[in-house]
Design a protein around this ligand. Structure first.
Ligand code: ATP
Ligand code: MG
Length: 113
């Protein structure tokens, strides 16, 4: 099981969600966050309408998937979020130890989706 965290441009979220859905990846947590990458938020200001100090508005997607869905999840996020410009975002992939569906008590891969 993998836990995939992506930080992307807010204006790419709908496209990414649509491509994920086309691949039957529907379960996702979405957060509005602030962040900065290696330009330290400076050179990228032109892409963002909102800035606080050196932090820019970003959107964080969090998706837990079974192993066989990991690569297509990364591909879908990349396809939807890439423009080729700085600040397109980053994807972090973590091994996930366990998952619990609170309502039923199911655990592991069956609890993910
Ligand atoms: N190493 C990191 N640790 C935590 N968050 C990060 C890291 N790198 C990027 N981020 C988050 O991802 C967002 C987007 O990063 P960004 O796309 O600017 O990466 P980058 O490494 O600067 O690449 P680029 O040169 O393409 O801009 C950042 O604003 C930040 O929120
Ligand atoms: Mg950057």
């Amino acid at each position: 099981m993998k836990y995939i965290v992506a930080v992307i441009q807010p204006d790419r979220v709908q496209e990414v969600l649509q491509i994920l859905a086309e691949k039957e990846i529907h379960l996702v947590t979405v957060s509005q966050v602030m962040g900065r990458g290696r330009q330290k938020g400076i050179a990228e200001v032109y892409r963002s309408h909102k800035e606080v100090g050196s932090l820019l508005k970003k959107v964080k997607l969090e998706i837990a998937v079974n192993d066989e869905f990991a690569s297509q999840t990364v591909e879908a996020i990349t396809e939807g979020a890439r423009t080729g410009h700085i600040g397109d975002g980053k994807i972090f992939v973590m091994n996930m130890e366990d998952c619990y569906r609170i309502r039923t008590g199911e655990t592991g891969p069956v609890a993910i989706g």
